[in-house]
Design a protein around this ligand. Structure first.
Ligand code: V47
Ligand code: SF4
Length: 373
């Protein structure tokens, strides 16, 4: 028996036929994905996901050198799972950075070989077309080499709506000002019935997808996330991935899919148990198997911790974000074991090598910066 088709040896006819599809390079259906969530064990899923991962990328694991800027945690919206945001009136725990503070952070990285700045934060009325364009231009002027991945679809939908701009026009203007690509945040779970309970007042699924489509039409790339492990059911996870896969079929603009595990500390959903590591690995694997048109599946280690991130590399994940340099608070405030997320390049490379893989430093668009062995 060849090790590469080991997953076809199952006695479950449903799982056997899905494994045969995967080994033949045939796309699995939504029903298949639901069947996997409901019936497949972690070892079977690992075998299939790893087969796809190695077909696409061999033993390569990508990472980048990046840092975050979170200009504000003040937010007009009220997401029940968010441990990070504060209301606009909160003067004690809220922060809002002026342009000089933002440029001070950029300057801290002068001469350092970082390739990306990831800008994300609360949705604040003072972050509008003018101030955001000014911020982007100032960063580009100071560090033209830095790729700016910034502003979730939720932030952009709000900014464009307030400025009375179409998504296409708004995107064109921000791209011109220096915005290079979009992060994947704000997607949560697309199903309306879940959104109404966990994030009722921000951009809905259609708006999130339309913003990303506008970015892709503008020639920009973007990422997509899925916040899982709270009140959603398996069918709603499949529906979420199905809408992303359909958009990707049309535009091919997504780079990577990032499953985000719900962390329960310090938010209004803290009564919910977090899902197990086994469920995390099953979810990564099913994402890799189902999202056949997404080049990369990324584990965001500040959220799941470095041990699970290392394990995920055998369950379909081929990308790790990033060196980070203790520049994000979103997950430490939600109870992640990584309270000061920062890994040196050497530590990241070691983690990847220990998992039996080859570390490739990339830029945001997956051009190789350096092979680390
Ligand atoms: O949209 C908020 C999530 C996202 C919690 O594109 C939570 O490269 C878990 O999208 N438990 C923002 N998750 C972060 C994000 C991201 C991160 C890293 C890389 C990229 C990329 C994008 O964080 C939010 C939301 O889904 N989030 N609170 C929480 N308690
Ligand atoms: Fe605001 Fe984003 Fe938190 Fe929602 S998840 S409350 S939009 S900062």
């Amino acid at each position: 028996m060849s090790l590469t088709n080991i997953a076809t040896q199952t006695k479950d006819a449903g799982l056997k036929s899905i494994a045969e599809k995967v080994y033949a390079g045939t796309r699995i259906t939504d029903e298949d994905a639901l069947y996997l969530y409901e019936h497949a064990g972690v070892a079977y899923l690992g075998a299939l996901a790893n087969f796809i991962r190695e077909t696409k990328h061999g033993l390569k694991v990508y990472f980048n050198r990046n840092f975050h800027i979170e200009p504000t945690n003040l937010c007009v919206f009220h997401c029940e799972f968010c441990s990070y945001s504060r209301t606009l009136k909160d003067t004690e725990e809220g922060w809002f950075m002026g342009l000089d503070q933002i440029m001070h952070i950029i300057d801290k990285y002068e001469g350092q070989p970082v390739t990306e700045v990831h800008i994300v934060g609360g949705v604040h009325p003072k972050l509008n077309m003018n101030s955001v364009s000014e911020m982007l231009r100032a960063i580009k002027q100071r560090r033209p080499d830095l790729h700016i991945k910034g502003f979730t679809a939720v932030e952009l939908e709000y900014i464009f709506r307030k400025a009375n701009l179409s998504m296409a026009e708004g995107m064109r203007l921000l791209n011109e000002a220096g915005l290079d690509s979009l992060p994947g945040g704000g997607a949560e779970i697309f199903a309306e019935e879940v959104r109404m309970k966990i994030c009722p007042d921000k951009a809905n699924a259609e708006q999130w997808l339309a913003i990303h489509e506008a970015a892709h039409n503008q020639g920009m790339h973007s990422n997509a996330t899925m916040l899982y492990g709270h009140i959603e059911n398996f069918a709603q996870r499949v529906d979420h991935m199905s809408r992303l896969r359909a958009l990707q079929d049309r535009t091919k603009g997504f780079n990577t899919f990032i499953p985000l595990k719900f962390r329960h500390e310090g938010n209004n959903m803290q009564n919910l148990q977090e899902v197990s590591v086994v469920e995390d690995l099953r979810n990564y694997a099913i994402s890799r198997i189902y999202m056949d048109n997404f080049p990369h599946i990324k584990a965001y280690w500040p959220m799941i911790g470095r041990q699970t991130a290392a394990l995920s590399l055998s369950f379909g994940v081929n990308d790790l974000d990033g060196t980070i340099d203790d520049s994000t608070k979103i997950y430490s405030m939600a109870g992640s074991e990584e309270q000061h997320p920062s890994m040196s390049t050497e530590e990241l490379v070691k983690l990847i090598n220990r998992a039996g893989k080859v570390a490739i430093e990339r830029d945001t668009l997956y051009n190789v910066v350096k092979q680390w062995g």
